[in-house]
Design a protein around this ligand. Structure first.
Ligand code: ATR
Length: 274
């Protein structure tokens, strides 16, 4: 049996175990997906050494995504983003490497969620609202996929610092948000605004328009105020469960080497969210 898991603190009621286990079941793989919640001072050693316990792969969540970078041999994208959310112990278990391989699949979560909905990215103007971990992964993902990215954040300095790391990106505050949304083809909410707060939205409804595609990283609730108002404005909408799904799909494929059973994983995830 192959053991996979999620390491974070708190990991709470994670949606990843049912999503991944539905994937193993659909492909007839003998896998289990469990959660680990170590103290902060134990996390890096646990991530570096989990192969010794026979662990095949770990997802990493807050607050350990940056610590994980130092515990692994990072893939180039994870190194550029500065965060690891997926650790592959395959090379260590095969005796081919000393350190596990670290990846960032949050970026693929963004681009594959958009691709699933036929939203074009290459050559488009993308506006990422939020400059935390989610905004960072989204900005790199969209820039690498050929978009011109602007990062807008409540704390403008965080956005300009992030944009400086991303090819052809600009960053700033929220003062010119109306103009930025008006000229964007693609809007990503990478703030926590709207999370467990159905009445909150990061972008006023009167800024939204029908030429936009809107991806909300928030998945609880699954239909946020932003997505509801974007749909009413005629925009294409993509909910946060798609991002969560595709970061998991990407991790599944890295670990197993198989094409993930996306429909089975999606059904299991949405059953949890309803
Ligand atoms: P994550 O890693 O999930 O992205 P984070 O690093 O805490 O989480 O980032 C949260 C993001 O939501 C930040 O961009 C934050 O803006 P600041 O950098 O100014 O803190 C943004 N955010 C949180 N609450 C907000 C609010 N009420 N209005 C606007 N932006 C908000």
């Amino acid at each position: 049996m192959d053991v996979y898991g999620l390491i974070g603190n708190p990991v709470g009621h994670s949606l990843s175990p049912p999503m991944h286990e539905a994937g193993y079941e659909a492909l007839g793989l003998d896998g289990r997906y469990v959660t680990f919640e170590p103290d902060a001072d134990a996390a890096a050693a646990a991530i570096a050494g989990a192969a010794d316990l026979g662990v095949a792969g770990l997802n990493v969540t807050v607050p350990f995504k940056r610590d994980a970078l130092d515990a692994v041999d990072p893939a180039p994208l994870a190194e550029r983003i500065g965060a690891v959310n997926t650790v592959d112990y395959g090379p260590v278990r095969a005796g081919e490497a000393e350190r596990p391989r670290g990846h960032n699949t949050d970026a693929a979560g963004v681009t594959r969620a958009l691709a699933h909905h036929d939203v074009p990215v290459d050559g488009r103007d993308a506006l990422v609202v939020g400059a935390g971990g989610a905004g960072r992964a989204a900005a790199f993902a969209l820039a690498d996929a050929g978009a011109a990215v602007h990062v807008a954040n409540r704390t403008a300095e965080r956005a300009t610092e992030l944009a400086a790391d991303v090819p052809d990106a600009t960053g700033g505050g929220l003062d010119d948000l109306a103009h930025r949304v008006a000229t964007a083809d693609l809007l990503v909410n990478a703030t926590s605004v709207g999370m467990e707060a159905p009445e909150e939205t990061p972008v006023p409804a009167d800024h939204l328009h029908g030429d936009l595609a809107v991806l909300d990283a928030v998945y609880a609730p699954i239909e946020t105020r932003l997505l509801r108002e974007a749909a009413a404005a005629g925009a294409t909408t993509v909910d946060g469960a798609w991002m969560l799904l595709y970061q998991g799909v990407e991790a599944f494929e890295i670990w197993t080497g198989e094409d993930a059973p996306v429909d089975a994983m999606n059904a299991a995830l949405r059953a949890e969210l309803e």
